[in-house]
Design a protein around this ligand. Sequence first.
Ligand code: SAH
Ligand code: SF4
Length: 350
Amino acid sequence: MSNIPDNNEGKRVSLCCLSPDEIVTTLGLSKRFQGRQIYSWINEKHAEFSQMTNLPLQLRERLISEYQSPLSSHVSDVQSDGSDALKIAVTYPDNAIVEAVILSDGKGRNTACLSSQIGCAMGCAFCRTGTMGLVRNLTAAEIVEQFIHIRRLQPDTSHIVFMGMGEPLANTEQVIRAIEHLHDPDGINISYRRMTISTCGLVPGINTLRERQLPVRLALSLTGANDSKRDILMPINTRYPLREVKEALIAYQKEMKKRITLEYVMMSTVNVSQQDAKDVALFARGLEVVVNLIPYNEAAELPFCTVSNREFESFAHELTRLKVPYTQRLSKGQSINGACGQLAVPLNRS
Ligand code: SAH
Ligand code: SF4
């Protein structure tokens, strides 16, 4: 399993984003086919070196003593809310910690919610991760490692959303590398359409996804549908205002032909009036979207309250009247702070 002792023995390389040939070079293997064998153990069976039984014993022992593990990180904490969410803390060799969550829908579908950065620089007013600031970007291998830890705990995990800590399109190259690795049909083999990137609206990143023709799903965190409100709730809006974001989404959709999700975090008296619903409809016009209504998950250190039932109903009713399709996200994992936007590791924890 993933309990790597937290000491300084071993070189702590990560083999998690390497191709079979790169594994051969990194480990100094004499036989090329062993690169493919180790690739398969890591990515299909999520094994440790000690479990790689088709490698000669001597080689296994060398790898354990030199590198400890094919992963650089270990799981330092696991918390369950008893039913549909399991949150793990993943600790990297520099003692940086991120959180990742397994969400179960009760019908057998398990989704890994992965982090792309430690903290986040975007400073959204309602988001716990935003209060941390950015500590550092994660590498592609560090992102893939979160998924491997999750698969060890829940082998049936079939979907991935980049909705954990961080802004994926502020770390686009590493996120794309991780996605390509997670997709490899000879390895982890998650199809692109089962992966979703959620962004606060970084226009250059949306353009990159379009240029690279990466057929993943895209979600935009809208949450404020007029500029004055969104400037305050999501300060990135002052750099990329709604008009520019919408232009990028139109161009994206023209080429990728995929429905886009608009995530809308609902906060009582803040963004749930009839006029707010009209603003959402106006933004949605000309795009093929579904709005995902997310009741705000309250956090002790933030001043917002979640939407009331009455506010929710009248907002949803107005969307229906304006012919805007929506879904409602059931908030999972609230009791363990594992729900979206609740991921934050106190900086004084190491
Ligand atoms: N940075 C990316 C992805 C991570 S945040 C983004 O912003 O899209 C994932 C989702 O959680 C976003 O839709 C965000 O708006 C939402 N979120 C943040 N804080 C939240 C909170 N307190 N309650 C509910 N959703 C929240
Ligand atoms: Fe960062 Fe997303 Fe949180 Fe905004 S909502 S601070 S972009 S993680």
